[in-house]
Design a protein around this ligand. Sequence first.
Ligand code: ATP
Length: 421
Amino acid sequence: MQIEIVTIGNEVLSGRTLDTNFAFLARALEEVSVQVVWHTTVGDTAEAIAGALRQALGRADGVVVTGGLGPTPDDVTRKAVAGVLRRPLQLDEDVLARIRERARKSGRKLAASVESMALIPRGATVWQNPVGSAPGLLFTQGEEGKPIILLPGVPQEMEALAVEFAVPWLKSRTGRRVESFTLRTAGVFESMLQEHIGKLPAKWTGASLAYLPSYFGVDLRVTVAGPDHDQVGEVAGRAYAELKERVGPVVYAEGSQTIETVVGEELTRLGLRIATAESCTGGLLSKRLTDVPGSSRWFERGFVTYSNASKLELLGVSAADLEAHGAVSAPVAEQLARGACQRSGVEVGVGITGIAGPDGGTTEKPVGTVFIGVASPRGDAVRSFRFAGSRTTIRERSVQTALDLVRRQLQGLPLDPSLDG
Ligand code: ATP
């Protein structure tokens, strides 16, 4: 089934609002193997919306429209759809009752215009909106029953209706089973992974493997789809086992789990606590760690020691080493990690020092040179890196690498990532 997504709104068309609705829908549909083949954005006029819908119905097997379902005069999607599908607007008593009930519960006086949201083109299947007033609407049109789905523009409402109704409905229409999984890797380049994985995916009937690189590493996402439900299950199981065997040593998590969550779980498992000492990352590492709900159980404190004086005063870094090797050096990274542990009375410490740029690099230590130290009951270690990219990229990569070093140290794995285990 080939789908067209139509997003509506002058603010989207002008570029002021990023079309995150499209991105969300396209990803969600891709995950269940529903193909999105066209994407159109139009402004808030009934003519433009009608034109886009006619065009989409002419070329796609189904259309998903977002935006313009609200009560304000610029919300004309229902009217435009009613015209194109030749289904007059009718008052839906259930929708009206729900709109009134929502207003009563929140103690708001209902503007008359809000009730206009209950005027719905005839013959719609109504999907109740769990987080707002405008419901999602489904029409099946013509002999082949081509689906047209209308969703509100407010992202939170659109997402709730898409997850609960629209995506499962479209998935069930395909009659195909879809299985997918993601292995998250850190510390190796995409090209190395590709070389190592080779032609393995060719053996998995109906499967595709996507390499998804980011600051955080490379995610490997496998999707298996097909009409034979047993075969899809068998191939997905085999693909998982074979891929895990190939790249297991660099996999830090599966699905959407983050590396900071994994670190938190390891610290909890071992009954340890962590403190950080950051120079070039300015607190980004402690931010990432404290993003994890419940991190107060294992995160003690973070030092942002940007100046040499603060490294000396707060963490006891040796003045002689600072003088001899410079602030961006292995001995200083190691002492930052150890100092963070000792000064805060915990078992695990991390130190990061580097040159995030764009200035400050030298021939010996160019921009992107970063040293990361880890101190733990399993011993102390330090590693040096040369990250490419902008200041932001270098800082993000430093933090992700530090988290992977801590994970490896806590899990008793070799500190240097290698596909050979
Ligand atoms: P409302 O009840 O608020 O009127 P609606 O269904 O009419 O909902 P719109 O008026 O089109 O939706 O958009 C509401 C808000 O949702 C917009 O101000 C915009 O911030 C956001 N929005 C709309 N479309 C998109 C989109 N494609 N991507 C991201 N955000 C969007």
